[in-house]
Design a protein around this ligand. Structure first.
Ligand SMILES: [Zn+2]
Length: 250
């Protein structure tokens, strides 16, 4: 059983990933089972999408429908809670503070938040931590692309350059750890003009790539952001919750 590293680029559209000019994207696609029209949830905003990723249910069910966390009446047990119950270790590296609520407080074995820090720096910290501690599940969140999208417009040259930089971070992680891990690469939402949040394809379509021995190479599939938690649960052989809406792609 391989451990899992989930890398998420905030606001990375699939056509930005394939069109950012980074030659490593071709390698990623050739070595992965991938959805280039993967679907995120509505509202296509960062916190609702992340809670859906980690709990495998729609925002209507987890009840966080904006970037302000809303403690639900009936808390859905998410991926990290399931990992913890099975004695697995999880770590998280992020530069957008609201993501602290993707799991129950204190449940990550290690969590590093660096406000306003560059993606490359947060990646450095993640790599150093992984070398020493090798958690079963790692979540590496890269937040710079979304910020550039809001400032300069989605698909602008500066936005595409920031996607290119994020892909370099992902490459550095995979080059460092190679076959030791299974990798999942995705985004929380896309964007258009200077924003996101709607149901339009530019906002809703996300890339979802699965790389590792459990996955066929160079294979296109359909997938939802809600499928990621059940897939990680299968990869790490921990129980899924019956209420999870997403389905494992394995
Ligand atoms: Zn945003």
């Amino acid at each position: 059983m391989k451990k899992v590293i989930l890398m998420l680029v905030d606001g990375m559209r699939p056509d930005a990933m394939t069109g950012c000019g980074n030659p490593y994207v071709k390698t990623l696609l050739e070595s992965s089972t991938y959805a280039l029209e993967g679907k995120t949830v509505y509202p296509s905003d960062t916190l609702p999408c992340h809670i859906s990723l980690f709990t495998a249910v729609d925002p209507i069910q987890h009840q966080t429908t904006s970037n302000t966390y809303c403690p639900p009446v009936n808390k859905v047990r998410g991926l990290v809670e399931q990992l913890d119950a099975a004695g697995k270790k999880a770590a998280m590296f992020y530069n957008w503070g609201e993501l602290r609520d993707v799991a129950k407080p204190g449940i990550f074995n290690f969590s590093l938040f660096m406000r306003d820090e560059k993606d490359a720096a947060i990646t450095d910290y993640a790599i150093e931590y992984l070398k020493k501690n090798s958690p079963d599940f790692t979540f590496l969140y890269l937040g710079n692309v979304d910020i550039v999208g809001h400032h300069h417009r989605w698909m602008s040259d500066k936005y595409l350059a920031s996607v290119n930089t994020a892909i370099d971070c992902i490459k550095r992680v995979i080059d460092t750890f190679g076959d030791e891990y299974t990798y999942i690469i995705t985004a929380d939402h896309g964007g258009h003009d200077h924003d996101h949040g709607s149901t339009c394809p530019e906002d809703i379509n996300i890339p979802i790539l699965f790389i590792g021995e459990s996955f066929e190479k160079n294979k296109s599939i359909e997938a939802s952001i809600m499928d990621i938690a059940p897939t990680v649960a299968d990869l790490l052989e921990v129980e899924k919750q019956n209420c999870w809406k997403g389905k494992s792609v394995l």
